[in-house]
Design a protein around this ligand. Structure first.
Ligand code: XIL
Length: 315
């Protein structure tokens, strides 16, 4: 049977969907998630710091293990997400004296990456290090305490804990060329030149039709690949200002198609993950007021046949 995953696999890629623990009790939802359309999943929240280490040095893997178990039962590989991020951090991290941040960071990465060793094929080691203008995020307690050295240290710590996982840096609004993508490019180039163990760059792909398609996406992915790293589309969704209409749907389909084509045109683009597959569980309406309809299945778990067909054609 032809599925998004079977088509991607024929091109040497994976096609995946993120998921989250509450949804795994929805049997109509899990029937599609595990029904062959997707060869890969990413836990939307289960492996973040607030889930895995809610209080210092007290680790909790129940939610992450549940996603792993579902994936293994349905032949899906898992991207680990994420070891280090400025969001969804428990309060105790922000309250640490600066002198204790590095040890806490290394302890977190070592514990989490060790627990999931052999169960995730890749990790988003560092998530969203940049502001949109390409400067470093000073709201990150890791940046505040350690400066940019936190990034290299995080990658080295992750490699020591799980030598087989592909280690990624991941961000949004880096899909097309611009100041933020340039900053990421220069960082990855520097890390590679310093021998820091980085294997890949994730492009989240949180697109919105009202903001235009990313500039020269294929060329942008290619210049990263040319640094000697894999690239991946890690959190794709294409939102619109609601309500849906035929014109917006057509623009959205073009965006999905262009992302798929950009990835397939870059040899080192290893796969595409959508940030869940159904509008029923999309994060968009909760964060971007008045926006949504960002995914290929609607809020009733019905496949949007036109959009789905466009993705199939692009694959
Ligand atoms: C989102 C989740 O989907 C939501 O459930 C949560 O409330 C907030 O985080 N970039 C990322 C993801 O790297 O971790 C975010 O996921 C979406 C933006």
């Amino acid at each position: 049977e032809q599925t998004l995953q079977s088509l991607a696999a024929a091109a040497g890629r994976y096609f995946g969907s993120a998921t989250d623990n509450p949804e795994l009790t929805d049997t109509a939802y899990t029937a599609v998630l595990g029904g062959g359309e997707f060869g890969q999943t990413t836990p939307g929240n289960a492996m973040k710091w607030d889930s895995t280490e809610p209080s210092q040095n007290s680790f909790s893997y129940t939610k992450g293990d549940a996603v792993i178990a579902f994936a293994q039962a349905h032949g899906m590989k898992v991207r680990g997400h994420t070891l280090l991020w400025h969001n969804q951090l428990p309060g105790w991290v922000a309250q640490l004296p600066a002198a204790q941040v590095q040890a806490a960071m290394e302890n977190h990465i070592t514990n989490v990456a060790t627990h999931f060793k052999g169960k995730v094929f890749a990790w988003d080691v560092v998530n969203e290090p940049f502001n949109d203008d390409g400067t470093y995020r000073s709201t990150s307690p890791f940046y505040t305490a350690m400066g940019i050295d936190y990034i290299a240290d995080a990658f080295r710590t992750a490699r020591a804990a799980d030598p087989d996982a592909k280690l990624y840096i991941n961000d949004y609004n880096t899909d097309g060329q611009g100041a933020k993508a340039d900053a990421m490019y220069n960082l990855v180039k520097t890390l590679k030149s310093q021998g820091v163990p980085i294997d890949g760059v994730g492009f989240q792909g949180h697109l919105a039709i009202q903001y235009g398609f990313p500039t020269n996406m294929q060329a942008n992915l290619q210049r990263f690949a040319d640094l000697g790293v894999d690239v991946a589309i890690t959190e794709l969704d294409v939102r619109m200002v609601l309500p849906r209409d035929a014109t917006k749907d057509a623009t959205q389909a073009t965006y999905y198609s262009n992302v798929v084509k950009a990835c397939l045109a870059v040899t080192r683009c290893v796969g595409i993950t959508i940030w869940d597959y159904t509008d029923k569980y999309s994060w968009i309406p909760g964060v971007f007021s008045g926006e949504g309809a960002a995914l290929p299945w609607d809020e009733n778990l019905q496949k949007k046949t036109s959009l789905y067909g466009t993705i199939v054609t692009a694959l």
